[in-house]
Design a protein around this ligand. Sequence first.
Ligand code: PGA
Length: 256
Amino acid sequence: MRKKIIAGNWKMHLNAHQASVLVHRLQERIETHKDIEVVLSPSMLHLQPLSTQIDRRKFKLAAQNGHFVDEGAFTGEVSMSMLRDMVNYVIVGHSERRHIFSETDEVAAKKVAAAFRNGITPILCIGETSTDRSAQETDRVLHDQVTVGLKDITASEVSKLVVAYEPVWAIGTGKIAKPNQVRDAVVTIRHNIAELFGEKAASNVRVLYGGSVKADVASGYMNVEGIDGLLVGGASLNYAEFNGIVEQAHKRLVQG
Ligand code: PGA
């Protein structure tokens, strides 16, 4: 069975003290469940101190970004080779990187490859905008993001991949994607991956949902067939809410 993931993307929030307090509270509150990986993604600056603070049995760390070249004259960048001993995961192609920092599918592809080269599991974020959806372009957008984003890796690497389906219109907006919209997207994503790398690799890929997830809707998304977890933004900054999401996911798994 694919192990579930509940990941919290803290984005550009919290100073060092606040980040440490949040980890402390999460550590007190969140229980370890063997069927769920809880992944925290603080800012780049806080990865190092938090990597020594976290209980590794409870939490894994993810970087929010990483450069695709391992070393060189790239002022302001942090490479995957610098991150490799600190994190298990790296978020690649988040819609904020795509839309605010103009990252393309080509860039995402290089980052996915760089992550695997350095032993880090990429969480490749894909999703359509509201304009794409109203133009009935969702399937085409997902197809392009998957096809280009995975073009530089092998089938055995794909088996370890995590994809986060995050409709852009649902991120940070409070707009809720309907479970049937999520189910359709997950089917499309796995189908696209199967076409490229075969059914077996596609069935190993873990697919998360992200976009305005809170504790009260978490189990609804976990119920969607093919969904293996959640990527949580805003609600991951609140320890009670994030713990609620982990508990809802666990309850859903126990119910089978
Ligand atoms: P949100 O963010 O939960 O605040 O909508 C999700 C994300 O950006 O991954």
